[in-house]
Design a protein around this ligand. Structure first.
Ligand SMILES: *[C@@H]1O[C@H](CO)[C@@H](O)[C@H](O)[C@H]1NC(C)=O
Ligand SMILES: *[C@@H]1O[C@H](CO)[C@@H](O)[C@H](O)[C@H]1NC(C)=O
Ligand SMILES: *[C@@H]1O[C@H](CO)[C@@H](O)[C@H](O)[C@H]1NC(C)=O
Ligand SMILES: *[C@@H]1O[C@H](CO)[C@@H](O)[C@H](O)[C@H]1NC(C)=O
Ligand SMILES: *[C@@H]1O[C@H](CO)[C@@H](O)[C@H](O)[C@H]1NC(C)=O
Ligand SMILES: *[C@@H]1O[C@H](CO)[C@@H](O)[C@H](O)[C@H]1NC(C)=O
Ligand SMILES: *[C@@H]1O[C@H](CO)[C@@H](O)[C@H](O)[C@H]1NC(C)=O
Ligand SMILES: *[C@@H]1O[C@H](CO)[C@@H](O)[C@H](O)[C@H]1NC(C)=O
Ligand SMILES: *[C@@H]1O[C@H](CO)[C@@H](O)[C@H](O)[C@H]1NC(C)=O
Length: 811
């Protein structure tokens, strides 16, 4: 631990606190432009059972023995045969690491910091001191039951999953003399004063099933459970954080100063000045159970954020979005739904003030208040009375219903929620955290490698995988894809009845001539075939392509699925990693689409036969830079389409779609769709070529946008972020549609002008009806909403903190 970095970190923290308290500060925690691109810019339960499991009557730390039998969990007990296929030395690289094997004792007395950090760092992995990203060193660092005493930060590395035993949650206990920013530090500040990694490039990592205990640290000392400035494809799930509840406590649970996230779910905290002290471009957070904090959620800054299923109790302030103060509010927008606030003085504290700008846009839907006298607290006192009551729908910001911009403040009629999307027995939206199969015996897990697949990045595993999936679905086994890169040469079909789990994002990679035609799309992984119904659960995997594959539809969902089917932490990653042959050497930014860098027809297709698709923390990514290049050099990889939804009953929680050439999200003939937060970025190479000149010809059968006729006469004709065509009952709780670049230059997205990297980014067409978008934020785009070719809203009318935001849009 370098003293300088610690001092810097703590002053940073103090600065964040100072801002919240509106004390003038010298150092702004989050300034704007650089935050996203200083470097190429770049589940529901938890189920009551899981929550109960989080709060077992924990014994005081056992005095000496660490050998108490650990509750069994298949992930620990199976044969460990993960293979990092493109590691320099795969035979000598360990994917699954049990901290006990690295010398941790877990008795609550022995200092386990060094052992845990050794479990994370061993094997030539990439830490914050390297500043480098890598896909070749995936790891799971596993914590059996125990109390692990730490005196300095557990330093998280790239591509790492820190996983505790869900059947007996381990505790990480900070010693009384703990020093460091986070007990788990996701991006350790370096002596230079900078984060190790550019936070917006921190992808592919998780923390699950841990209790972090800060109560040994005096409340007067600043202490942080998890420091987590991250980007996409990251998650924290099923974590409890215990903090001092003493008067004047300076503890905070999760601290995020910036990044481009992200998903967090099933968090329980007690005590603290802040349970969450968080700022980031965008984030989705579910099921935060926060008690006894002074300020449950301190929102440092954002463009957009969606909180679903908060339970805040016994606090002074539920959520403060006042940072910056009146006239300089740094929080762009916040959506809160299906939440309960009890015994707090005020639910929301804001400084929103009817100004022409959109700062502090707020949407509340279905909020139950219990003994909380003030619902919304403004600069001159109570804006909305609380008490013990329900807020059906209420907001502040700009509205276009249908015309705007008009400031609104007050109650409104919420859209009717499609009944198919609701939790049974209630009117809250259905949610389901990523299944971890905690109760499943080891005998119910079938290894894909044991079934004959090699996953070595070179062997054709098509037949072995298909045979294993078909057999497991009929016998009710869970298929475990041991870490590996599994090359396939024809379509893999996931049959109804399948449950599939990866190991630190195992990869299925399409390779070969099956996918060579740009006019003949073929799925890589198909979930059911048209007309099939049943159940599928799929988590922790990536689907990719190798080299030129212009006909590849990476994921095609056809299944008419029953309740609880879906994808959790399943991503597409197209180019930009070792083994893809779509890297700096093959696809430099000078590459034109004829160079073999046409890498996918479509990331994901939910076909018209599909229904009941639950997606949580899904990132569909065409690489804009090379993750395995030391400088994260930008690349030009050309893909056709992002996510096409033609089916019905779809949940999209914490999803993002980036850098596809025709569109990111397209809803076409879709119905009953809920989303939030939704995020997109258009390709950085545009307008060379622009969407009208995309190498991917328009396909009328798929209702592609026809840019040859729809392009605006002036400005840029770039890929749409979101297109809604002939669809109904679509409700989106927060969308961030960003266009940062024009010909690889960010001048066009400079705030507040020119914001003209492209002309249009969100298009509504055809017979679309019952569409609501809350907190629509755009960057770098002249027109924020275009309906049937006519601009309804412009950036200049809706300037916010960096993005432009419209709090409420309905059509
Ligand atoms: C995130 O915040 C840190 C601390 O202020 C800053 O050094 C860094 O540049 C920021 N990162 C981005 C991507 O803006
Ligand atoms: C295996 O990895 C260890 C630790 O990274 C290293 O010390 C050792 O030299 C490697 N062995 C071989 C045969 O490469
Ligand atoms: C409420 O929280 C405070 C700390 O903020 C704590 O001291 C107090 O005991 C809590 N009250 C109840 C009833 O739990
Ligand atoms: C209410 O807002 C005022 C003015 O911004 C602030 O001083 C006070 O702390 C807020 N109260 C709560 C309970 O958040
Ligand atoms: C909106 O946010 C920007 C950036 O933080 C700030 O410069 C501006 O003063 C804010 N405007 C209002 C009305 O809060
Ligand atoms: C905003 O304007 C409306 C209409 O003039 C007014 O009723 C309301 O009090 C204002 N709110 C604030 C926070 O200034
Ligand atoms: C509101 O959300 C709660 C969960 O917080 C749920 O039980 C209730 O049914 C929802 N009510 C409405 C009107 O949406
Ligand atoms: C258009 O999509 C249909 C349906 O997927 C496909 O059969 C056809 O080959 C595609 N045509 C082109 C030109 O891409
Ligand atoms: C894009 O930028 C490159 C240099 O950075 C330049 O040579 C090229 O002409 C530009 N293309 C367009 C369409 O502006």
């Amino acid at each position: 631990m370098r003293v300088t970095s610690l001092a810097f970190s703590l002053s940073l923290l103090a600065s964040a606190n100072a801002q919240l308290l509106q004390i003038p500060q010298v150092e702004r925690l989050s300034t704007q432009v650089v935050r996203h691109f200083s470097n190429y810019i770049k589940y529901n339960g938890p189920t009551k059972e899981a929550l109960a499991a989080m709060k077992p009557e924990k014994q005081q730390a056992p005095v000496s023995q660490s050998t108490a039998a650990d509750a069994s969990y298949w992930l620990a007990d199976i044969k460990h045969q993960g293979l990092a296929a493109f590691n320099a030395d795969p035979s000598n690289y360990t994917v699954f690491r049990n901290v006990m094997d690295y010398g941790a004792v877990g008795d609550g007395v022995t200092d386990d910091t060094a052992a845990i950090n050794s479990a994370i760092s061993s094997g030539g992995r990439f830490g914050p001191d390297s500043g480098q990203t890598s896909t070749t060193t995936p790891a799971i660092v596993y914590f059996p039951e125990g109390t692990y005493l730490v005196s300095t930060s557990i330093i998280d590395y790239y591509y790492t999953q820190l996983i505790g035993n869900p059947n007996s949650i381990p505790t990480i206990k900070a010693s009384a003399t703990f020093t460091g920013l986070g007990v788990i530090d996701g991006d350790l500040y370096q002596s230079s004063g900078n984060q190790g990694w550019t936070s917006t490039n921190v992808f592919f990592r998780q923390i699950r099933n841990l209790k972090i205990d800060l109560t040994g640290i005096p409340g007067s000392s600043a202490a942080t459970g998890i420091h987590w400035p991250v980007g996409q494809a990251t998650s924290i799930q099923n974590v409890e954080i215990a903090m001092s509840a003493a008067s004047g406590t300076q503890h905070q649970g999760i601290f995020i100063e910036n990044g481009s996230g992200g998903f967090v779910t099933d968090i329980t905290t007690t005590g603290g000045l802040y349970a969450m002290n968080v700022g980031n471009q965008q984030f989705s957070m579910h099921n935060l159970q926060i008690s006894d904090a002074v300020v449950a959620i301190s929102q440092i800054w954002d463009w957009g954020w969606t909180y679903q299923g908060l339970t805040l109790s016994n606090c002074t302030t539920g959520i403060s979005i006042a940072n910056g103060g009146a006239g300089a509010q740094e929080v762009g927008s916040v959506n809160i739904l299906d939440s309960t606030i009890q015994d707090c003085e005020a639910f929301v504290t804001t400084v929103w003030g009817n100004s022409t700008s959109s700062n502090g846009s707020l949407i509340l839907e279905n909020i139950t208040l219990d003994n909380t006298p003030v619902a919304v607290n403004g600069t001159s006192g109570t804006v909305l009375e609380g008490g013990s009551t329900t807020i059906s729908a209420w907001g502040q910001g700009h509205q276009y219903t249908p015309d705007g911009p008009a400031n609104f403040e007050g109650a409104f009629t919420a859209p009717t929620r499609p009944s198919a999307l609701l939790a049974s027995g209630g009117s809250a939206y259905y949610t389901k955290s990523k299944p971890q199969y905690a109760a499943s015996p080891t005998s119910s897990i079938s290894s894909i490698r044991d079934a004959g697949a090699k996953g070595d990045g070179t062997t054709d595993d098509t037949a072995a995988i298909q045979k294993a999936l078909t057999s497991a679905a009929s016998s009710g086994q869970i298929v475990f894809f041991d870490q590996g890169v599994y090359k396939v040469t024809s379509t893999i079909t996931i049959p109804p009845g399948s449950v599939i789990v990866g190991e630190s994002y195992s990869v299925i990679m399409a390779s070969g001539s099956t996918w060579s035609s740009i006019t003949d799309p073929v799925p890589v992984v198909q979930v059911g075939t048209s007309g099939q119904s049943g159940h599928v659960e799929w988590s922790d995997m990536i689907v990719s392509t190798e080299g030129s594959a212009p006909g590849a539809v990476l994921i095609e969902w056809n299944l008419d699925a029953d309740s609880g089917s879906g994808m959790w932490d399943v991503h597409t990653r197209i180019g930009g990693f070792d083994g893809s042959n779509l890297q700096v050497a093959q696809c430099p930014t000078s590459a034109q689409p004829t160079s073999g860098c046409e890498a996918a027809y479509m990331s994901m297709h939910i076909t018209s036969s599909a229904s009941g698709v639950y997606m949580e923390n899904v990132w569909l990514w065409t690489a804009d830079h090379d993750l395995d290049n030391a400088d994260n050099t930008q690349i030009s990889v050309f893909t056709g389409r992002g996510l096409l939804i033609e089916g019905k009953n779809v949940w999209m929680y914490g999803t993002a779609v980036e850098h596809h050439s025709l569109y990111q999200y397209q809803l076409s003939g879709a119905s009953a769709i809920v989303g939030g937060f939704l995020q997109t970025e258009t390709p950085y190479y545009q307008p060379s070529p622009d969407a009208a000149n995309s190498p991917y010809p328009t396909n009328a059968t798929l209702n592609d946008p026809d840019y040859s006729t729809s392009c605006p006469s002036t400005g840029n004709c770039d890929a749409l972020g979101l297109r809604v065509l002939n669809s109904e009952n679509v409700i989106i709780y927060g969308a961030g549609l960003y266009s940062f670049f024009d010909n690889y230059s960010t001048d066009c997205s400079s705030f507040p002008t020119p914001e003209d990297c492209q002309s249009d980014i969100f298009s509504i067409e055809g017979t679309t009806s019952a569409l609501t978008v809350y907190s629509l934020s755009t960057v770098g785009t002249t027109n924020m909403i275009v309906m049937s070719g006519t601009s309804l809203a412009t950036v200049s009318d809706n300037l916010d903190t960096y993005a432009a935001t419209i709090a409420m849009f309905t059509s």
